[in-house]
Design a protein around this ligand. Structure first.
Ligand SMILES: NC(=O)c1ccc[n+]([C@@H]2O[C@H](COP(=O)([O-])OP(=O)(O)OC[C@H]3O[C@@H](n4cnc5c(N)ncnc54)[C@H](O)[C@@H]3O)[C@@H](O)[C@H]2O)c1
Length: 299
């Protein structure tokens, strides 16, 4: 498991440990946090962009399956730090694939992004539509997908929609639900960019974890979207949060952010049709679970 000390990765580690697996995590703790990680997992602190460090960390391990989560994930930062993003996402994926080959793993699950790969999606994107990454982050994730596809390993690439849930950091881009829940909890005003009509596909982290466990079973290969197929505007999100937490403590307006797509949504039909996965948690329920876990629900 790479990136296992991060938001998504740590939830995957919990689920693997809960079903009795042994888990080895490779993480450089650059955005992840050791506190996220169950101490029963073995943590190797290493940068996936450095093949020698990766080899040292994993030499002699017996690994059945790999979940490759480690990445730099900020769209805006990726435009300023192109080299860093290329090194971690493209070279990092190459190195992890090489390691997986050496260790004869039976399944490689590559964590990719729907939100940053498809571009503008007036209709929720299915896996076959031409991709249109607008950022270095999306472009390098697309390159990483190609590396995985041509690696000669049994593999699944999951293109995830916008994930939300407990433990999501509020300083990373994309975590609008984590940011809003934090504001409600601290009784601070929320900030709405533009007219609040931007739409995104929000998928609950526990559902994403289920998709990764299903992919690890090794019965499927190829690319699958993991999302709800429902585009929710920021305004609708505020209404849904209001139903859970009461009215927001205040609303600040700010100019629209450049280079944002208006509507980002993935179509998860293929995963359901082929028996891999389907979304289970409705937004209202996921928001309630997130708010409860973050201590934002009123007593
Ligand atoms: N959060 C989302 O909405 C979302 C949506 C689509 C795809 N994804 C993908 O899911 C994965 C996990 O994202 P997340 O939201 O949990 O972010 P995160 O930042 O919490 O997790 C990333 C983890 O990777 C580690 N990492 C970063 N660079 C590394 C390196 N060079 N070597 C080793 N470890 C490194 C970090 O320390 C962190 O623990 C990423 O691949 C991301 O692209 C996330």
């Amino acid at each position: 498991m790479t990136g296992g000390a991060g938001f998504l990765g740590s939830h995957v580690v919990d689920a693997l440990l809960a079903r009795g697996d042994e888990v080895v995590v490779v993480d450089d703790l650059s955005t992840g946090n050791r506190a996220n990680l169950d101490p029963r997992a073995t943590l190797c602190i290493a940068d996936v962009g450095e093949s020698a460090a990766l080899e040292r960390a994993l030499a002699g391990q017996r690994i059945d399956g790999v979940v490759h989560c480690a990445a730099k994930t900020k769209v805006v930062e990726s435009m300023e730090k192109e080299d860093l993003y290329e090194r971690v996402i493209v070279e990092g994926t190459y190195n992890v694939l090489e390691m997986a080959r050496q260790l004869h793993v039976s399944i490689f699950v590559n964590i990719s992004t729907g939100g940053a790969i498809y571009g503008e999606t007036p209709v929720c994107a299915s896996e076959g539509v031409p991709i249109d990454p607008r950022s270095n982050y999306g472009r390098f994730k697309a390159k990483a997908e190609k590396l995985v596809e041509s690696a000669g390993l049994r593999s699944v690439t999951l293109r995830l929609a916008n994930i939300y849930g407990p433990r999501q950091r509020t300083d990373l881009e994309g975590g609008v639900i984590a940011i809003f829940v934090g504001c409600w909890k601290r009784r601070e005003p929320i900030t709405l960019f533009g007219d609040g009509r931007y739409e995104r596909d929000y998928v609950y982290v526990a559902d994403v974890v289920e998709s990764i466990l299903a992919a690890l079973a090794g019965k499927h290969t190829g690319v699958y979207n993991i999302g709800t197929g429902i585009a929710t505007s920021v305004n609708a999100l505020v209404s849904a949060l209001t139903s859970v937490l009461g009215p927001p403590p205040g609303i600040r307006r700010a100019p629209a952010r450049p280079a944002e797509v208006l509507r980002g949504c993935v179509d998860p039909t293929k995963a359901a049709r082929e028996g891999l996965w389907r979304p289970m948690t409705a937004l209202a329920e996921g928001l309630r679970l997130t708010a409860a876990a973050e201590g934002a629900l009123l007593p």
